[in-house]
Design a protein around this ligand. Structure first.
Ligand code: FES
Length: 184
């Protein structure tokens, strides 16, 4: 039996606030999909229909947005989703070695989920941390940078033990006051 997906009164009020920020019907689709994914854990077609109905948009438009961004889960995923960057910089620095190591460790391929529902792997485009390649993101949140196979093993073991790794902060370049004075 398929599940029924609904927004609560409070969520609908939140959606009205989101809609009020934009001049027409299409832009709210992203924040409303995000709200739906946070609530349901995915935006499968039934959830996409709900978002389309709520925003009075064609389902095809919502589907187009979901399938364009890997951040939206158009199908159910594992509790932890590894987004492994395989774009050029990460690729040159061993992104595919990281991806294949994860695949071997978890016994699944990119795009799949482990049978116990714990882990999914996705091969994704640049996540904007190229200076810290190779890298991956966990479930649209934590960045794990400068990956090695040992680091990946530790991340898997930590997650199995219930410990989410720390977000690997990317420091901004420091502005040196003295330097700017000499240049000026
Ligand atoms: S190429 Fe991997 S983060 Fe940019």
């Amino acid at each position: 039996m398929s599940e029924t997906y609904e927004f609560t009164k409070e969520e609908l009020a939140e959606i009205e606030k989101i809609k009020a920020k934009y001049p027409d019907k299409k832009p709210p689709v992203m924040p409303v999909l995000w709200l739906a994914q946070t609530k349901f854990g995915h935006v499968e077609p039934e959830v996409q229909q709900l978002v389309a109905r709520t925003l009075d948009l064609p389902a095809s438009h919502v589907y187009g947005v979901v399938t364009f961004y890997t951040q939206y889960y158009g199908e159910r995923k594992g509790k932890f989703v590894f987004d492994v960057c395989t774009t050029l910089t990460c690729q040159i620095c061993g992104g595919y070695d990281i991806l294949h190591h994860l695949e071997d460790r978890l016994g699944i391929k990119a795009g799949e989920t482990t049978e116990d529902g714990m882990f999914s792997i996705q091969s994704v485009e640049c996540l904007g941390a190229c200076g810290y390649a190779p890298m991956m993101q966990i479930t649209n949140g934590v960045y794990c940078n400068n990956l090695t196979t040992d680091k990946v093993d530790k991340i898997i073991d930590d997650l199995k033990a219930g410990n989410m790794p720390e977000f690997d902060q990317i420091p901004f370049p420091q502005h040196h006051e003295d330097e700017s004075k000499t240049k000026g």
